[in-house]
Design a protein around this ligand. Sequence first.
Ligand SMILES: Nc1ncnc2c1ncn2[C@@H]1O[C@H](COP(=O)(O)OP(=O)(O)OP(=O)(O)O)[C@@H](O)[C@H]1O
Ligand code: SF4
Ligand SMILES: [Mg+2]
Length: 311
Amino acid sequence: MGPLLSVLDVRKHYEVRRTLFSVAKETIRAVDGVSFHLGAGETLGVVGESGSGKSTLARCVLLLERPDSGEVVFDGVNLLTAGSEEVKRLRKRMQIIFQDPYSSLNPRMKVREIIAEPVRFHGMAKGKTDVEARVGEILRSVGLDEDFLKKYPHEMSGGQRQRVAIGRALATEPALVIADEPVSSLDVSIQAQIVNLFLDIRERTDISMVFVSHDLNIVRFLSDRILVLYKGKVVETGGRDQVFLNPLHPYTRMLIRASQGDFTLREEATNGADPSGCPYYDKCEDRKRECAGQVPELSGNEDHRVACFHA
Ligand SMILES: Nc1ncnc2c1ncn2[C@@H]1O[C@H](COP(=O)(O)OP(=O)(O)OP(=O)(O)O)[C@@H](O)[C@H]1O
Ligand code: SF4
Ligand SMILES: [Mg+2]
C-alpha cells in the first residue's frame, strides 16, 4: 500500500509590491519545491520560524490555495487534476484545525449545531436521534460533556472552543487532519491539555496528522517524523529521533537550541532572497565560500535527509 498523502515538488510563489506605491514587484517563495510522504497513522511535525511557509504548505495540501506547480496525491488521486466530484469526496476525508478556534467557529451557532452540520452534510448519520447520538459521542471524545451542547462559542474558554473545533474536524472521520498551530493561541496551562487530546486521538484512531508548530517541544512530543522548513524549502527531514538527537542542518540545530531556551528567535525569514546559493548562507555559522554559489539539494536516505553541503 502506498502512502496516504504524497506531496511532490509543490511550489507557491506570490508576487508582491515592495511598498504600497512601488511598481517593482518582489517574488515571495512561500513554498519552494516541497516534497514529503505521509503514511496512515503517521504524524508529521512541520517546523520553521515565522514566514517559513508552514501555513502556505498546509493550505496547498488541502487545496485551500492552489499550488503553482507540483502534485498533491491523496489516497492515490492527484488533487490538482481530479474532477470536482472526486475532490469533494476526498475533502470529507481531510480536515484542518486552525490556530484560533474563535474565528473558525460560527459565533451564531450552538455547539450542537456546529458539530451536527458536518455530520449531516457528509451523511455520517441520518435521522434526528442518530445525529444527536453521533454529536454526543464526538463531544465526549474531545473531553466535553453534554452541557456544552447548548453553549455558544463566546460562552466557552479558548481551550473548550479548540476542543469543539477538533470535534468538528473529527466529525467526518477523516483520514488526514492538518493542525496549523492549534495550541499557540492558548494559555500555556491549557496547551498541555490540548496536546494530550491530540495524543489521545492519535492512539485511539489511525488518523494521519500534519502538525504545524513553531514549538519544537510540542512537535517532538507528538510527531513520528519531522520536516524543517526554511524560506519555503525543506532543509532537513527524517524520523523524530534522527532529527532531534542528530540534527544535521545548522538551521535545525539553531532551532533546537532556541527551543531549549538558549536564546529567543526574533527575526522573520524573508522568502524573497536570491536563490543562487544556500538559502541559509547569510545566517549560517558553518558556511564556506562555495555555499554561496549553488543551492544544496536534499540528500540522504528515507530516515534522514538534509540540504547542506557540509552536514
Ligand atoms: N496571500 C499571500 N500573499 C502574499 N504573500 C503571502 C501570502 N500568504 C503568505 N505570504 C508570505 O509567504 C511567506 C510564508 O507565509 P506563511 O504564512 O506560510 O508562513 P508560516 O511559516 O505559516 O509563518 P507563521 O509561523 O508566522 O504562521 C511569508 O513571507 C508571507 O508573508
Ligand atoms: S550549505 Fe553551507 S551555508 Fe548552507 S547550511 Fe550548509 S554549511 Fe551552511
Ligand atoms: Mg502560519
